[in-house]
Design a binder for this molecule. Sequence first.
Ligand SMILES: Nc1c(NC[C@H](O)[C@H](O)[C@H](O)CO)[nH]c(=O)[nH]c1=O
Ligand SMILES: CC(=O)[C@@H](O)COP(=O)(O)O
Length: 226
Amino acid sequence: MASSSFAGAAGSFVAQHKRWFASSTIPRSIPFLSLDHPKTLVSFSSSVQVSSPTVIIQRKGSSFAQTAAVRHLIGSLTRTEGLRFAVVVARFNEIVTKLLLEGALETFKRHSVREEDIDVVWVPGSFEIPVVAERLGKSGKYQAVLCIGAVIRGDTTHYDAVANSAASGVLSAGLNSGVPCIFGVLTCDDMDQALNRAGGKSGNKGAEAALTAIEMASLFEHHLEG
Ligand SMILES: Nc1c(NC[C@H](O)[C@H](O)[C@H](O)CO)[nH]c(=O)[nH]c1=O
Ligand SMILES: CC(=O)[C@@H](O)COP(=O)(O)O
């Protein structure tokens, strides 16, 4: 049968490369695919020593083991020592933005970010956030820049100009400075929507954005060399 002869072939392949299949033992059977018979899913009948999840692949009568040694880089929410943050906050709709800021600062505190490692910069409106965010990013003093604002639709199309400019501007600030600039700017149709997202029934988007800032700061600081 395909599985026994193939398993024998794969077993001898693994035996020839024993030092490569070093440490752990995979389950007694691993699925692998005979590429010559795509509908044939064969199973390896004996356990082998492999260093990570492995797929045995057969093609044109030969067989080889493909080891999937995947590395996952993930920013930490607990390794915050020494990470410095700038927060750019718009004064426009301050009834909302101050709540977003409070949520962000509380989140930083709960994740052991020291107060002396946080600088808060106030700007008139969300349209002014990007230029300041880019300047702070390029200063080299911060591992992430958190941008907080509340753009609330009025009677004209001005909302679209401000909201779109803030979003594309914060994106550009991050790309141009090489420092994560986090978009914590609400874009809402009315004040109720905004307040619901500043500590109301929809949570606090400032707090959520602070978590993103911490993870991205850690990812860049601990895993992505400049
Ligand atoms: N309407 C909102 C504004 N408008 C002000 C602009 O952000 C900007 O300050 C002005 O156009 C001068 O450049 N800003 C907000 O943050 N939210 C709004 O709802
Ligand atoms: C987002 C805005 O700029 C908006 O609040 C301004 O209101 P309006 O469109 O009524 O002038």
